[in-house]
Design a protein around this ligand. Structure first.
Ligand code: TNX
Length: 531
């Protein structure tokens, strides 16, 4: 009798929509869960459909991913089959990155109007499969793998969902960068802002200026050891291609005119006083900057840009612009002479001149410039320049009011991953500041001032910054980036009304952290504080 009741009960329960099986991060726009599942077995066939090679490229990526984790290579076909996973380019689906993912007991169907959208659908599909699919060590699973019945309709809130990694303060090897790109792609983060130059190290090979890496890529660290490294142009190409295959655009940053002591150490002529100096060995803002009084600096930058442009296909090019003291310019005859000729009264306007000139040069190469919010200070920023708001939201608000596009990355709102994430007594020394997971998650990239003024659409998106003064290598980077990067992904993708921190935590605990473990990521979630 009891057995009968239980059987009936289980049957009844199985008819109810099964809740909480979908653990996807970032949370999709519409999720309709059903009951039952699709059974993925070694006999399942992968079908691709639609114009061009997009669908079959994504289908192949899926086949390879499954082969890596299970040892089984699913067959691909263009014909219908009894158990199939269908990747379809469907022009009727609206939205560049939008997708539809439909799981029924007979078929899994992924559709999007672009390869990019289909790739995001594939990332969602992976998150419906057990976490072991992220492993690179093949193991035999318990076939069939069950994919819960669900219908997902999804598209991002913002087009810019970025992560900055500073490789100047501490160098990160190629493999470490690729590992982070993998996680980024799984979270539909689509911009990798690569901070390649700064006072403490120049990290990219420039053939015309070999000293940039012979001299500028090395410094003596606090313990008196020689420290450094750089990427060859071949390695840069390799990473850019690796990112592109994951639908991530790599945006290089060349700091102009400040934060460039490593370059000045290599080529002292670049500064006003031609200081003979080493790359900076301490943190903080450096007074020695490039000298816009002489043509030398512009020739140098143009030549460097000539070598960078072919390496980075992105239309965006970040020219830095932050924290550039003007003390040297005030005392520099050639700077003052240039200001006089141009009719400028403030040194900040000279910085505008630099940005305008370099911006124009980049424009001839088909590039659009991005800069930190200080680039607003001269008051005459080229119209199409994009402003990254880091000193709070104010720069972003002012920029949008002047009709510039903006990217929000305020350190004040939990988007600086070099800040502490829990009790600082339990964490390695960090630059300071406090950016717990919840604070990052709660961030809304459109400040109310902008939405009430109808300027929402100027906010291209959001970015989390990994400055690495105290992030000594890949393990520390992972410790600080994950899972805050997952919260960031939800901020960038999911509509404000659909965000829910406790549900995010559930998905993190039940699923995402297991995936990070499969990928051997050194993530860190602080213990809840006891008060
Ligand atoms: C400010 S954010 C900087 C970086 C530092 C960071 C440390 C920005 C544009 N400039 O150079 O690494 O603070 O949090």
């Amino acid at each position: 009798m009891i057995k009968k009741v239980l059987t009936v009960l289980f049957f009844a329960l199985s008819l109810l929509p099964s809740m909480g099986q979908v653990n996807i991060i970032p949370r999709p726009a519409i999720v309709e869960e059903g009951s039952g599942s699709f059974q993925l077995s070694p006999q399942t066939v992968v079908i691709s459909k639609g114009k061009g090679k997009g669908a079959s490229r994504v289908a192949q990526a899926f086949i390879e991913k499954l082969q890596t984790s299970t040892g089984v290579r699913l067959k691909s076909s263009h014909k219908a089959a009894t158990s199939s996973i269908l990747f379809a380019i469907d022009p009727t689906i609206k939205g560049k990155e939008a997708y539809l993912l439909e799981v029924t007991p007979q078929q899994v169907k992924l559709s999007a109007s672009s390869e990019n959208g289909l790739f995001w659908a594939y990332q969602s599909l992976l998150q419906l499969l057990p976490p072991f699919v992220e492993s690179t060590n093949a193991r035999t699973p318990n076939w069939p793998l069950k994919i819960p019945m669900v219908r997902i309709e999804d598209q991002p809130r913002f087009s810019w969902r970025g992560t900055l990694v500073d490789v100047s303060r501490h160098f990160m090897p190629v493999a470490a960068i690729k590992k982070q790109l993998d996680i980024m792609a799984s979270l539909k983060l689509n911009r990798f802002h690569w901070h390649l130059t700064d006072d403490q190290g120049w990290r990219i090979e420039i053939k015309r200026y070999p000293k940039l890496t012979d001299v500028g890529a090395w410094r003596i660290d606090a313990e008196g050891n020689k420290y450094g490294g750089f990427y060859t142009q071949q390695e840069i190409r390799e990473i850019v291609a690796y990112a592109a295959a994951r639908h991530i655009e790599v945006v290089p940053e060349l700091e102009i005119p400040g934060h460039e002591l490593a370059a000045i150490a290599a080529y002292p002529d670049l500064s006003c006083n031609k200081e003979e100096i080493t790359p900076r060995i301490i943190w903080g803002v450096e007074d020695i900057v490039m000298c816009p009084g002489r043509e030398n600096m512009f020739n140098f930058l143009n030549n460097v840009i000539d070598e960078l442009v072919p390496l980075f296909p992105s239309t965006y090019f970040h020219i830095g612009g932050d924290e550039s003291p003007r003390i040297e310019w005030e005392k520099c005859d050639s700077c003052q002479a240039r200001m006089k000729v141009l009719g400028l009264t403030r040194e900040a306007q000279l910085q505008d001149y630099v940005i305008e000139r370099i911006g124009k040069y980049l424009q001839t190469k088909g590039k659009r410039i991005i800069g930190w919010d200080e680039i607003l200070e001269g008051g005459n920023l080229p119209k199409d320049a994009i402003v990254m708001s880091w000193r709070g939201e104010e720069g972003g608000i002012i920029a949008a009011q002047k009709r510039h596009s903006v990217i929000m990355t305020p350190g004040s709102h939990g988007l600086y991953f070099d800040h502490y994430q829990g009790d600082f007594m339990n964490e390695p020394t960090s630059i300071g500041g406090y950016a717990p997971l919840e604070k990052c998650y709660a961030y809304n990239p459109v400040p109310s001032t902008l939405s009430t003024q109808g300027l929402d659409s100027l906010v291209l998106g959001v970015q989390g910054n990994n400055w690495t003064e105290y992030t000594l290598g890949p393990a520390a980077l992972e410790n600080r980036l994950w899972p805050r990067g997952a919260a960031l992904a939800e901020v960038g993708w999911t509509k404000e009304s659909n965000k829910d921190f406790s549900d995010f935590q559930r998905r993190l605990d039940n699923d995402f952290t297991l995936r990070l473990k499969e990928r051997h990521i050194n993530f860190y979630i602080p213990a809840p504080s006891v008060e």
